[in-house]
Write a protein that binds this ligand. Structure first.
Ligand code: FAD
Length: 397
């Protein structure tokens, strides 16, 4: 049973008691230890390399250590059934779940078919589960990435490339058709810019096909790119003209260093904003743009940035928009920013956790990104560690 939420109150994001209500004292201390370890940049660098190597060499003890620590913090389980406990837990606190199978960048046809089958399983699982409205997917898990790169560069396709590309379109269409039939949303993640144009074209076609009455397919906009606010505006105009609902997940973007390094190495202008302030500005403008058109844009503020979340909360309250309108959504990653998720949920806003699942070897890249994100660059404490510390102090443990 889900707890009653109170949609007359405003969320108090400083309330760590609500934020960590789902954690026992033991679990809280485990989280504290993990975030303390991740706070150390050197340790994260060494740990990431060791983890990758050990998994390649199939050293079972490393998998076992990861499963009890970093995997437990950030993932839902190794398969769908394994995730049920986390899903129920979130639901009991009024938060939904967005399932995300962790496989990334596969190449062999059978692996790609398997990833598609897993996506369809997740869609069926979501349809039978009230608190899983959406599943997420990475297109790079469904196609040989070189084919996407060639497509974007308008490089002529060989016969083999064409066959691979057609098979990929079949996979993603099959999944979206199923999602449409079962009324489950699909968030399509944004990835590296050298494949993103090719992916955007496909996602737009999918929205045209499946978003006529309800948002089923959502594209992701990385606002750390200087061209994405304009693209969001243009995509809205296209959706308005063609008569479908634009599905938009807004994020800041996860591949900044990689993008900048590649642009520098290959001598083209970086697609990334000049600084963090520019990313923040476009992010908030993008959210405001969607809010002003929320009947035609179903969107998700997918962020751990409290200022961006607070701004959207203030706008919903000020304009007296229904907090539970299906087009107004927030989302955080499992294991992070519980102060945002559970305080939004307690105040009746639509909020979900992205719950990544899969075998440890398949989610290792994802876990490394989480570790890097929680490393303090300038020596101060990471956001998550200070929150956990506050709650440890409040409980006196
Ligand atoms: C539910 C969910 C789904 C996500 N899905 C995706 C996805 O599909 N694709 C994807 O790429 N990422 C995705 N992310 C990750 C996301 O892009 C961010 O990396 C992460 O959420 C941190 O950003 P933030 O908004 O939480 O806030 P903050 O912590 O305030 O912002 C950090 C972000 O700001 C940007 N930034 C930092 N320094 C600079 C700088 N000097 N110049 C310009 N920009 C800078 C970077 O994007 C950095 O990640 C997702 C995140 C969530 C919560």
């Amino acid at each position: 049973m889900a707890k009653e939420s109170d949609s007359t109150r405003l969320p108090d994001f400083r309330n760590t008691e609500i934020a960590f209500q789902n954690k026992s004292d033991k679990e809280l201390i485990e989280s504290k230890r993990l975030f303390m370890a991740m706070n150390n940049g050197h340790l994260v660098d060494v740990g990431s390399s060791v983890a990758k190597l050990a998994l390649k060499l199939k050293l079972p003890f490393v998998q076992s250590i990861m499963k009890k620590t970093i995997f437990k913090q950030f993932c839902g389980g190794i398969n769908l059934v394994d995730c049920q406990e986390v899903i129920d837990h979130l639901y009991s606190h009024n938060a939904s779940t967005i399932l995300d199978y962790g496989a990334e960048s596969k190449t062999v046809a059978q692996e790609l078919d398997d990833a598609c089958a897993e996506l369809i399983n997740a869609i069926e699982f979501a349809a039978s589960n009230n608190s899983v409205p959406v599943v997420s997917c990475k297109l790079t898990a469904l196609v040989d990435n070189n084919v996407l790169i060639k497509k974007q560069q308008k490089h002529p396709f060989s016969k083999e490339d064409k066959a691979k590309y057609d098979r990929f379109l079949k996979r993603i269409n099959k999944a979206c058709k199923k999602a449409h039939k079962l009324s489950v949303g699909i968030f399509i993640d944004a990835e590296e810019s050298w494949m993103q144009v090719a992916m955007d074209e496909i996602v737009t076609d999918l929205m045209k096909a499946y978003n006529k009455d309800k948002a089923i397919v959502y594209n992701t906009y990385q606002m750390y790119r200087h061209d994405k606010l304009d693209q969001l505006r243009a995509d809205y105009l296209e959706a308005h003209k063609e008569g479908y609902i634009l599905g938009a997940k807004l994020v800041r973007g996860a591949y900044m260093e990689k993008e900048r390094d590649r642009a520098e190495d290959m001598g083209y202008p970086s697609p990334i904003q000049p600084d963090k302030a520019a990313t923040d500005r476009d992010y908030d403008e993008g959210i405001a743009f969607c809010l002003d058109r929320y009947k035609e844009i179903a969107f998700c503020n997918a962020s751990h940035n409290l200022a961006s979340v607070q701004k959207m909360v203030n706008a919903i309250v000020k304009n007296e928009l229904p907090r539970d309108h299906p087009h107004l959504n927030f989302c955080q990653l499992q294991g992070m920013s519980d102060h945002i998720t559970f305080n939004l949920a307690a105040a009746g806003f639509n909020v979900a956790k992205y719950v990544v699942y899969g075998p440890v070897r398949d989610v290792v890249e994802y876990l490394i990104r989480r570790a890097e994100e929680n490393t303090a660059v300038t020596g101060e404490m990471s956001r998550e560690l200070s929150l956990v510390n506050e709650e440890v102090k409040r409980r006196g443990i």
